[in-house]
Design a protein around this ligand. Sequence first.
Ligand SMILES: N[C@@H](CCC(=O)N[C@@H](CS)C(=O)NCC(=O)O)C(=O)O
Length: 214
Amino acid sequence: MTARTLYYAPGACSLAAHIALEETGAPFETVRLDLARGDQRAPEYLSVNERGRVPALYEDGWVLTEVSAILRHVARAHPAAGLMPDEPRAAALADEWLGWLATAHHVAYAQRRRPERFSTDEEGFDAIRARGADTFGDLCTMTEVRLSNGGWALGARYSLVDPYLLVFWMWGRGPALGFDMPGLFPAWTAHARAMARRPAVQAVFAREGLTLPA
Ligand SMILES: N[C@@H](CCC(=O)N[C@@H](CS)C(=O)NCC(=O)O)C(=O)O
């Protein structure tokens, strides 16, 4: 049996990997990092992931980072969990979702929260924050349209995309953006509520100390 440890921070993008692992039913351990305290920059963690970010998945002396890579790896390693579609176009659409979420939603949120990553000119930080919030709002609208037929990201079947979508719904609701997600994005909120009914999601939210979408 593979010995696995997920390094995560509560409510961070690592939440997607955490849910996917829990969905497989296979055992794993967790190490919780406090990003506000700077645990991600401590030498012990930099020896796991030299980039100082979560998530990181440790497996038998091997480390994998990047949310989308961990999601794909976990899904492939546990085909019985049904997280990765076999049909080529469904698999391609899953890849499309993962790429979009990682490069658009996550980056817009980083502009909102971490303008110093995008400019050395402190006078421009407010403009970067505002642009990040606007872009994230536009991305929420586009996500809402894609989910407007109801169901999961890929339609009728649950997949590795759905836990990742939940991360960004949570961030939209969170203090940095404070969007009225149920009022503005009802289809995405229905998706978040469906996620909240899954036992794996409930277990992970309890472990991370998060409040389920209501
Ligand atoms: N491209 C990476 C981004 C990982 C990332 O930025 N993680 C954030 C939490 S969501 C983090 O560790 N931030 C800590 C920091 O920036 O110091 C991925 O998709 O996994």
